[in-house]
Design a protein around this ligand. Structure first.
Ligand SMILES: O=C(O)CCC(=O)C(=O)O
Length: 269
């Protein structure tokens, strides 16, 4: 990491990220960029995907997931369209990736579009609280989700709900006894189209029910520290994590750097 990348994250932002376990950045994407991604999603979401790889893997999440009512999730975005390459090393996000993860590597990408009637999914965290640390003035979240809001995420739009400070919580409850805002301390993470949520995956989170008529679409780019073993996390889903050389050949140097673990993966996915 060079000093410039480090310097761009203010002390106030570091304070807030450390306090809450997440940070919201406003107006990262322009209206035109949001429209461009939304148009691609609208083309991709109704399609069917063969997912031949699932037959050999014997398990895994399909490219298009519709198991939750009124919700479409697409996995492995750059495999689906090259428009998604540009968010791998989004210039306004880079300094945060280095500041909060250390040596960031992209592990997973997906989209979620929700329509009226979508319900909560269940409280969860991607990694345990021990994967967040603050030592010698260095913050480290071993997994960081960068969530791009392509449409408004109002409180009734099925926005994300999170437990501020949940990355440092010591006492577990039976999380799934609580739906959404019933969990003590939970807050809705609201924002406008173009805003970005940087969420430590050590923070408990979920999505709220959607009661409004418009579709809510977000993109999720999830990063881990380079020491994290990407391939053992969910062996059945390496297909979505890993991009083959014919995809990576489109990438610029920074996108290549943030996906360099893929050069070391021995299996074809
Ligand atoms: O956007 C949402 O509704 C929740 C997403 C979420 O929790 C996840 O993808 O892990």
């Amino acid at each position: 990491m060079n000093n410039q990348e480090n310097d761009t994250v203010s002390r106030e932002k570091r304070f807030l990220f450390d306090l809450q376990g997440f940070l919201i950045l406003r107006n990262v994407l322009s209206e035109a960029e949001c429209t461009e991604y939304l148009e691609v999603l609208q083309r991709l979401e109704p399609q069917t995907y063969e997912d031949k790889w699932m037959k050999s893997a014997g398990t895994g999440r399909p490219t298009r997931e519709t198991s939750r009512q009124h919700q479409i999730r697409l996995n492995g975005l750059p495999r689906l369209d090259s428009v998604f390459d540009q968010l791998i090393a989004q210039p306004k996000i880079l300094s945060y990736l280095h500041e909060f993860v250390g040596q960031p590597q992209l592990i997973n990408t997906w989209s979620i579009s929700k329509s009226c009637g979508a319900q909560t999914g269940g409280w969860h965290r991607g990694v345990p609280t021990t994967d967040y640390s603050y030592r010698n003035d260095v913050l480290r979240s071993r997994m960081l989700n960068v969530v791009y809001f392509l449409t408004n995420n109002g409180p009734d739009d099925g926005c994300i709900v999170a437990l501020p400070g949940g990355h440092k919580s010591n006492i577990d409850l039976e999380w799934n006894k609580y739906s959404g805002l019933q969990l003590p301390g939970a807050v809705p993470i609201t924002g406008k189209a173009g805003d970005v949520l940087l969420l430590s995956e050590t923070v408990l989170h979920d999505g709220l029910p959607k009661t409004t008529e418009t579709v809510r679409s977000n993109l999720y780019y999830n990063y881990v520290h380079a020491h994290y073993n990407v391939m053992t996390r969910e062996p059945g889903n390496c297909h979505h994590f890993y991009f083959p050389p014919e995809i990576r050949q489109r990438f610029n140097p920074k996108q290549l750097e943030l996906t360099s673990w893929m050069e070391l993966a021995r299996r074809k996915h």
